[in-house]
Design a protein around this ligand. Structure first.
Ligand code: ADP
Ligand code: MG
Length: 389
């Protein structure tokens, strides 16, 4: 998977059409978190420095047709502020007027197209739309990893019509996730958690033969514990995944490590009564909401010698402070390791940020669904569409 990047092509004087992920949270038209805009800056600045005329495009939310509330205009303003230069706002995604704007754009200037999902052809990967997009640029760059698992006009269709390369964000994702899937350095430990087993079956199946150890925590551990015959009270369990859990345990044998203790509560609230018990002592009416201290210690011990670690899924209901300790313990353990440490998944990324150690791990993936599909070994169409080196 050796894909060309912006470093591999000549951008001088070219019109560069770049797909970014500017799908930022908005509250009443105001951007509440600009992390995604900040994340795109290195590639944007590089293209400006290389004297490319930059045309940016992104989706925002899920509009059904044109919806002024989901205009990217606030993003153009914020990006302009961050770059310290004007960012032009196009009144639409494609069309004659937009083509004229793109043609008139000078090297070093930046134009942002309207929300790509204002065009109904976007999510259908309509080839006419892709053709119109392709007319706006001489080369195409994709730096939106979060949508790389979707074959849309702005991620796949247009990439097939222009020279197509990766930006720095996608380059980093391919470097870390690609190596973790294809060529991880052992000992290789995978930590899986989160709400549901059914979300992660593909990941377990794909990594089972590659990993030396798979640590299971979070809500998904409950289904495994019940599959082993333990009583888990009111804990979140997926009855339809019990058989799969049994099969995976049989396949994995010693490799698969389950919690030995848990923080349980008598209600699904932060101030519920809580206690720590071993996993074979969950009373009726109680539920598992975090891994216990012995499990955290056991997992830390399993991690100590690792050279590669992939973590996907929180160890407990970390949104509630009372049940965040297990997740934070694992985050801190990872931060202290001398290993390649990779965090995948939207909630896991928030958890590592909340724990304050995001800068102490090797890579925090910017794509929730996309990183999961990557770890499942699936080909991401947005990456497959980029030119090979
Ligand atoms: P990611 O987004 O990192 O892939 P998931 O979406 O799979 O992670 O899972 C995150 C969710 O799992 C969180 O909302 C968290 O509250 C929930 N969760 C973790 N442990 C438990 C548990 N023991 N019971 C119920 N929900 C849990
Ligand atoms: Mg999630």
């Amino acid at each position: 998977m050796d894909k060309k990047t912006v470093r591999d092509i000549d951008l001088q004087g070219k019109r560069v059409l770049m797909r970014v992920d500017f799908n930022v949270p908005l509250d009443d038209g105001k951007i509440t978190d600009d992390t995604r805009i900040q994340a795109a800056l290195p590639t944007i600045q590089y293209i400006i420095e290389q004297n490319g005329a930059l045309i940016l495009m992104s989706h925002l939310g899920r509009p059904q047709g044109v919806d002024p509330k989901l205009s990217l205009r606030p993003v153009a303003e914020r990006l302009g502020g961050l770059l310290g230069q004007k960012v032009g706002m196009a009144p639409a995604v494609v069309g004659d007027e937009i083509e004229a704007l793109a043609k008139a754009l000078k090297p070093g200037e930046v134009l942002l197209l309207e929300n790509t999902r204002f065009e109904s052809g976007e999510t259908k990967n309509n080839s006419e739309l892709a053709e119109k997009l392709a007319r706006l640029g001489d080369v195409y760059v994709n730096d939106a990893f979060g949508t790389a698992h979707r074959a849309h006009a702005s991620t796949v269709g247009v990439a097939e019509k222009l020279p197509a390369v990766a930006g720095f964000l996608i380059e980093k994702e391919i470097k870390f996730l690609g190596k973790a899937v294809a060529d991880p350095e052992s000992p290789y430990v995978v930590i899986l958690g989160g709400a549901k087993v059914s979300d992660k079956i593909g990941v377990v199946e794909n990594l089972l033969n590659k990993a030396d150890t798979i640590l299971i925590g979070g809500g998904m551990a409950n289904t495994f514990l019940q599959a082993k015959g333990l009583e888990v009270g009111e804990s979140l369990v997926e009855p339809e995944a019990l058989e799969t859990a049994k099969t995976l345990m049989a396949q994995a044998g010693e490799k698969l490590v389950l919690p030995v203790d848990a923080v349980i509560a008598d209600d699904f609230t932060n101030d519920a009564n809580q206690q720590v018990v071993t996993v074979d002592h969950v009373p009726p009416g109680w539920r598992i909401l975090d891994i216990g201290p012995e499990t955290a210690a056991l997992f830390k011990n399993e991690l100590a010698e690792a050279n590669t670690v992939v973590w996907n899924g929180p160890m407990g209901v970390f949104e509630m402070p009372s049940f965040a300790k297990g997740t934070y313990a694992i985050a801190e353990a990872l931060a202290g390791l001398d290993a390649v440490t990779i965090i995948g998944g939207g909630d896991s990324a928030s958890a590592i940020n909340q724990a304050g150690v995001a800068d102490k791990v090797s890579h925090v993936s910017t794509g929730g669904g996309a990183s999961l599909e990557f770890l499942e070994g699936k080909t991401l169409p947005g990456i497959a569409a980029l030119d090979e080196k």
